[in-house]
Design a protein around this ligand. Structure first.
Ligand code: GRF
Length: 210
């Protein structure tokens, strides 16, 4: 059983999708900790309703970046965390923390990285940029996190067609649904030890065995 920490800032629908599949017994893991910068988000309410321990960590509570990093690292080490899922987490993680958990931090991005990623490309901005570009395809990406925004090695992507009639909102809604399949799928593969690194490229074993 892998011990999972989920980092959230917003509604938490991806967190809920992972939680749901764990409860259904589809993922050999357990969410033992939820961390957020935002004490008032829907994800925190869901965590509390489900008796999952919560840690609120932000610059207001911890103005010193050193203290923040230490608290984050100590908390995850004490909880013996094996996997960290960034599920709509809107803050940059301290570089020392990213190093500590190299290839153990997953992020989901609502676009087909490496396009439409990086600083400034978040939320609706991604979908607006895709619509404005005239691209006929978008999707979602799960990747390992490194020190650069949306940059770490890509593990898995799922695609959707961009329709003539799409607005950023309709595209966002379709992609979010896809994210709820994609993220639990990658979390499951990780928890089953099926993600291996080959030349800094993640490979999901089951996919290559089929
Ligand atoms: C998702 O679109 C995800 O790709 C992005 O932030 C959004 C989070 O949504 N990183 P939710 O909080 O999981 O509902």
């Amino acid at each position: 059983m892998k011990k999972i920490a989920v980092f959230v800032s917003g509604g938490g629908s991806n967190f809920m999708a992972i939680h749901h599949q764990i409860k259904q017994g589809k993922i050999p893991g357990e969410i033992v900790l939820v961390i957020s910068n935002n004490p008032n988000c829907g994800a925190i309410q869901f965590a509390e309703e489900n008796s999952i321990p919560v840690l609120i960590i932000n610059e207001t509570r911890y103005p010193n970046p050193h203290t923040l990093n230490e608290l984050l690292t100590d908390t995850c080490l004490k909880a013996e965390i094996n996997l960290i899922c960034l599920a709509g987490y809107m803050k940059m993680l301290p570089p020392a923390f990213v190093k500590q958990y190299e290839n153990k931090i997953l992020n989901i991005h609502p676009g087909l990285l490496p396009e439409f990623g990086g600083k400034g490309f978040f939320g609706m901005r991604v979908h607006e940029a895709v619509i404005n570009s005239g691209k006929r395809e978008s999707g979602a990406t799960v990747h390992f996190v490194d020190e650069i925004y949306d940059h770490g090695p890509i593990i898995l992507q799922k695609k959707v067609e961009v329709l003539e009639t799409d607005t950023a909102e309709s595209l966002a809604a379709r992609i979010l649904k896809l994210e709820h399949e994609l993220f639990p799928e990658v979390v499951k593969a990780f928890c089953e030890n099926k993600i291996i690194m080959e030349n800094n490229t993640p490979k999901i074993l089951a996919y290559n065995e089929n």
